[in-house]
Design a protein around this ligand. Structure first.
Ligand SMILES: NC(=O)c1ccc[n+]([C@@H]2O[C@H](COP(=O)([O-])OP(=O)(O)OC[C@H]3O[C@@H](n4cnc5c(N)ncnc54)[C@H](OP(=O)(O)O)[C@@H]3O)[C@@H](O)[C@H]2O)c1
Length: 299
């Protein structure tokens, strides 16, 4: 029987490439329906050109969740950067259980099982709940997104400022997370009850800056920010306070060389997708036009 696959957070950093990847492989999906779950109504038309169904859903509104899950058999679950993720995930999983969703692919985080930071441990709670409800599941546990660095770029500036001092950070391209999610959603039996740590390369920010400089011919340099000021900066940026406190603590520890998770780097991307994982050089080459546009103020 054809599956009905709901992608929550379809406009997000992982959700967007995941939808694209599923659309590209549609010829292999045997008539499976792909449904993009959209939070902000104004973003719904982003998917018009892809010719797929879209559905509005708000995790805080159980009625909209129930409507979005009607007939769904496979679910990609992503939650945001807030302690509300616990309530949101429970709302979605309870509704999914009620309509007998078979397979759940959850976007969590690496280190969620063993580390002292609440925002990571919450992902372990969600994973446990998925298992308790008896879904077939694939747990995705990525390290730090490479796209975080792009988000910090500013028009006219060639200085990359981050709070990690010069410690190695363990990175992953969200495009690769999406590729693993797509594989699990299209072929759940091959990835049934698996947990994948997704970590492609460990690199300090100074080397990230020089890699971006080589790819773009823009003279990027790295300026470490005082990790003790991470909490203040994240709060100022509007992050929800409970999540913010935990994340700031994590950033401080990585800057001190604790929990940089260099040993997490692995070849899961290759094993699951059959193609090489993106390292920083690949990511920089792939995004060099976007980076140039940002720095030149064209986007
Ligand atoms: N960034 C990292 O380095 C990193 C590393 C490891 C793990 N993670 C994990 O990745 C997850 C976030 O993934 P992401 O970066 O892909 O997310 P993202 O880009 O922030 O996207 C979040 C998506 O969820 C939607 N959304 C937000 N609030 C919603 C609500 N109330 N109801 C329904 N949908 C809602 C957003 O839609 P709108 O934009 O329209 O609101 C958006 O499509 C987090 O759980 C985080 O722990 C991140």
């Amino acid at each position: 029987m054809a599956a009905r696959i709901l992608i929550t957070g379809a406009t997000g950093t992982v959700g967007r490439p995941l939808v694209q990847s599923l659309v590209q492989t549609r010829s292999r999906t045997h008539g499976d329906a792909i449904v993009a779950g959209i939070h902000t109504p104004a973003k719904q038309n982003q998917f018009d050109a892809l010719g797929i169904e879209t559905v509005l859903l708000d995790y805080a509104d159980p009625k909209s969740i129930r409507a979005a899950l009607a007939g769904v058999t496979r679910l990609f679950l992503v939650t945001g950067y807030s302690v509300d993720m616990l309530v949101h995930a429970k709302n979605v999983l309870d509704a999914a259980h009620a309509v007998h969703v078979e397979h759940v692919v959850h976007l969590g985080a690496a280190g969620s099982e063993s580390q002292p930071y609440p925002h990571l441990a919450w992902h372990a709670y969600v994973e446990s709940y998925i298992q308790t409800l008896g879904f077939s599941y694939t747990h995705l546990r990525p390290r730090t997104y490479m796209t975080n660095v792009l988000r910090g770029l500013r028009r006219g500036s060639t200085v990359i400022r981050q709070f990690f001092d010069n410690s190695a950070v363990t990175w992953i391209d969200p495009g690769d997370i999406a590729a693993v999610a797509a594989a699990a959603l299209l072929n759940p039996s091959a990835h049934r009850n698996a947990a994948y740590t997704l970590a492609a390369e460990a690199l300090p920010l100074s080397e990230v800056a020089s890699t971006l400089a080589r790819a773009t011919n823009i003279p990027f340099t790295y300026e470490p920010l005082d990790p003790a000021r991470a909490l203040e900066a994240l709060t100022k940026a509007g992050m929800e306070p409970v999540y913010c406190k935990s994340l700031a603590r994590h950033i401080n520890d990585v800057a001190l060389g604790v929990n940089s998770a260099v040993s997490d780097v692995n070849d899961t991307i290759e094993k699951v997708t059959g193609r090489p994982r993106a390292r920083w050089n690949d990511f920089a080459q792939r995004h060099r036009d976007t980076i140039r546009r940002i720095v030149n103020g064209e986007s």
